[in-house]
Design a protein around this ligand. Structure first.
Ligand code: SF4
Ligand code: SF4
Length: 305
């Protein structure tokens, strides 16, 4: 019998999250993102499909995975195990059998019921608080039906629901998701279209239109400015961001998110070059300057998520 349960791809479920919305949260990370920001701190969430990676140097040479792989996708011509990406179906068998934990599954397919079973384990921690569930990524709006089903299921449990988004989605998706969401954590990376396209690979026009659509619909929004040195931390962009936020109904606060190269290790594990190598960390002076400019626009400003 076919399994028609709503399902999608996740790459993590994080418990006891403190910075993804009010009070204690469970943060569910959906895989897949249409943007390609050099400073992305969740590169394992970029691709929509689950993957399995092999960590260099961990193999103990037992040969278990070579025998277990149903696709014959692994070989060890000179000792180190090699994966043929064209043959690998990311089934995860090699990760299950490897005694040295040399293979790691990055994401997997989950049904709504499976995700909700994980969330329900945390229900006692939410009692009497505004705590709840935050959907992040990747870009959670890139799996709109899965996200909608998850939000509906959380709503049936009376949980506070937050969506952490770049805002890059079809307007129809925003319209469907907004009534199911108590708080949007909305990243605005740059107000200038050319700069935005150059650094993220996508136009900011739909993002700005969706921000306005959400604000005018009465949604609660925390605008977030990832402060990226040399990209969006100039006075002009920060002021334009502040003036835009202050002009929209319902947005009175902005989070400034200083940049640090904390994701470098994740890229190495994924065997990808770190595209943020050239970006220096945000200095305390630059963060203070951004906060001051935004406050002068009449906004409440917080540093960090
Ligand atoms: S994930 Fe599955 S198909 Fe891919 S190498 Fe491992 S066992 Fe083979
Ligand atoms: S199962 Fe693990 S330790 Fe054994 S050969 Fe495969 S990668 Fe190496």
């Amino acid at each position: 019998m076919p399994n028609n349960a709503p399902s999608g791809t996740l790459f993590a479920i994080k418990r006891y999250a403190l910075h993804d919305g009010p009070d204690l949260r469970v943060t569910v990370f959906l895989k897949g993102c249409p943007l390609s920001c050099a400073w992305c701190h969740n590169p394992e969430g970029l691709d929509m499909e689950p993957a399995v990676l092999t960590v260099p140097g961990r193999c103990a040479g037992c040969g278990e995975c070579l025998a277990a792989c149903p696709q014959g996708a692994l070989s060890a011509p000179s000792g180190a195990v090699l994966r043929d990406p064209a043959a690998c179906t990311a089934c995860g068998t090699c990760a299950e059998v490897c005694p040295a934990l040399a293979h790691e599954a990055v994401g997997g397919r989950w049904t709504v019921a499976e995700v909700m079973a994980e969330i329900q384990k945390e229900l006692p921690f939410f009692e009497g608080t505004q705590g709840g569930v935050t959907f992040s990524g990747g870009e959670p709006l890139a799996q709109p039906q899965f996200l909608e089903s998850l939000l509906q299921a959380c709503g049936r449990l009376g949980l506070h629901r937050a969506v952490d988004t770049s805002g890059f989605a079809a307007a129809e998706t925003i319209t469907r998701i907004a009534p199911l969401t108590d708080l949007f954590l909305f990243d605005l990376k740059h107000t200038d279209p050319a700069a935005h396209r150059l650094a993220t690979g996508v136009d900011n026009a739909p993002i700005l239109a969706n921000l306005r659509l959400l604000a005018e619909s009465g949604a609660e929004i925390r605008l977030r400015l990832p402060l990226i040195p040399g990209f969006n931390d100039d006075e002009n962009n920060i002021r334009r961001t502040g003036l835009l936020a202050a002009s929209l109904p319902g947005i009175r606060s902005v989070d400034v998110l200083p940049y640090h190269a904390t994701a470098r290790g994740k890229y190495a594990k994924l065997d990808r070059p770190y595209p943020g190598e050239h970006i220096p960390a945000s200095s305390p002076e630059d963060v203070d300057r951004a906060v001051e400019i935004l406050k002068n626009c009449g906004l409440n400003v917080r540093i960090g998520g």
